[in-house]
Design a protein around this ligand. Structure first.
Ligand code: ADP
Length: 428
């Protein structure tokens, strides 16, 4: 009997224990697991096995907190990704520095621009870039709480082959929502090396053009002055003066024509007017135009043309052949120059070579002779009527045809100009 009662009591106790465990213990452990997962930012479902209202409410609230946490995490990840994607795809270099001028963020473009060997993160701007003017501009942006623009000139390092680089840098203070002092500065670096190089080319071009015009103009002015001062009454003197004036006005004309040719070709305002034409026919026309010069110089022009028909802008190629042949005749100091023109097909291209037995071109000048206004012997070329633009026109015309031009010369043993032109022009 007692045993039965004891057994019954034990059963009751076990049942009570199980009930306490089910209603309190198990939900508490569920909550513990869930809060731990929340704290560790691990994914976990808010399962609280209880029908007791406070537990279900706590569970629902925790579920909402977990949801919000998930959304925020995703948002941060998305923003991080977008920021990385934006910064990574920018051609401009970007940095963010803090108040102690330590770099907090730098994108890939900046690494490439400055060829940084070490990651710049957490280093000061001065340590990373070694440009005190950048540090002082940053300091000004912090101190004066305004954007500062600075241009940085970066010379190549010792042993580095690349040219000087120029950067325009915009430094903008980063303001906290309600604060008056910047928490950092955002720097955006634009590489303006090419712009500066083009400006230098333009400046040089204007200086060259002015110089080229000034000489004939001042000569013309001088002779007009002489005529007005009485030379008009001295017939032989007047005639000489007028001839000089004519020679220099022709030179001015030539200069303007050459400049216009180059400008049209460079700006591609005039499209090429291409058709199949014969190299030989064009060369024969050029030889005819230069006949008196060939005779004067006692020169010979030999043609050995294996390839003839090409799709080209005949008028322009005629100018190329004219310039090359005229140069060969012009710069031969001795009489009896022989110019040999050969053409040979190579696949889809034709090589046309103008070789002469003239004085050749010094090695140091060879890389430059296709540049505008470049002359080997400045005065000699000018006296001979050269503008310094002939080979530049050759290069521009050949390139407009999708071809290329090069020179080979052993000083004292002639020069050889090779142009390579495609047989057919591409249709676009
Ligand atoms: P230019 O109008 O003065 O002839 P170019 O551009 O045609 O100018 O030529 C540039 C320079 O290249 C010339 O000043 C000349 O010294 C040199 N040159 C060109 N062709 C020859 C050649 N066949 N032989 C020797 N020198 C040449």
């Amino acid at each position: 009997m007692i045993a039965t009662i004891l057994f019954f009591l034990a059963g009751l106790a076990a049942l009570g224990g199980w009930l306490v465990w089910r209603e309190w213990g198990r939900p508490l452990l569920d909550l513990r697991d869930f809060i731990r997962a929340l704290a560790n930012e691990e994914p976990h479902q808010p399962i609280v096995r209880s029908s007791f209202r406070p537990f279900t409410q706590i569970s629902a609230d925790l579920g909402r907190i977990a949801d919000r946490q998930r959304r925020q995490r995703r948002q941060i990840a998305d923003e991080g990704f977008s920021l990385r994607a934006i910064l990574g795809s920018m051609v401009e270099g970007v940095i963010i520095v803090d108040q102690s001028q330590r770099i907090r963020l730098a994108n890939d473009a900046l690494h490439t621009m400055f060829e940084l060997t070490q990651p710049p993160m957490n280093r000061t701007v001065l340590e990373a870039f070694h440009h005190p003017e950048l540090s002082s501009a940053l300091e000004r942006a912090f101190r004066e709480v305004r954007s500062v623009v600075l241009e940085l000139h970066v010379p190549p390092r010792i042993g580095e082959s690349r040219l000087d680089r120029h950067y325009r840098i915009n430094l903008a203070p980063l303001m906290p929502p309600n604060g008056a002092t910047p928490v950092g500065v955002l720097g955006v670096f634009n590489d303006i090396t090419e712009v500066r190089a083009l400006e230098a080319v333009r400046r040089e071009f204007v200086a060259n053009v002015s110089h080229e015009f000034r000489t004939p103009l001042s000569i013309i002015g001088g002779y007009v002055e002489t005529l007005l001062d009485g030379a008009l009454d001295d017939r032989p003197m007047a005639e000489r003066s007028l001839q000089t004036i004519r020679k220099h006005s022709e030179r001015l004309n030539l200069l303007i024509e050459d400049l216009l040719s180059i400008s049209r070709l460079e700006h591609r305002t005039a499209k090429l007017d291409c058709r199949m034409a014969s190299v030989q026919e064009i060369l024969e026309r050029v030889i005819e135009q230069l006949e008196s010069r060939i005779r004067e110089r006692n020169a010979a022009v030999e043609l050995a043309l294996d390839a003839d028909l090409l799709e080209m802008d005949v008028a322009r190629i005629e100018q190329v052949f004219f310039n090359l042949l005229a140069n060969a005749l012009q710069y031969a100091v001795v009489n009896g120059v022989v110019v040999r023109v050969t053409s040979r097909r190579k696949g889809a291209e034709v090589d046309i070579v103008f070789s002469d037995n003239g004085p050749g071109i010094p090695y140091r000048d060879q890389p430059h002779i296709f540049e505008r206004f470049y002359r080997v012997h400045k005065d000699r070329s000018r006296d001979a009527g050269g503008t310094g633009l002939g080979l530049s026109i050759v290069k521009n015309v050949v390139m407009a045809h999708g071809g290329r031009v090069s020179v080979r010369s052993t000083p004292g043993a002639g020069a050889s100009f090779k142009i390579v032109l495609p047989v057919r022009q591409s249709k676009d």
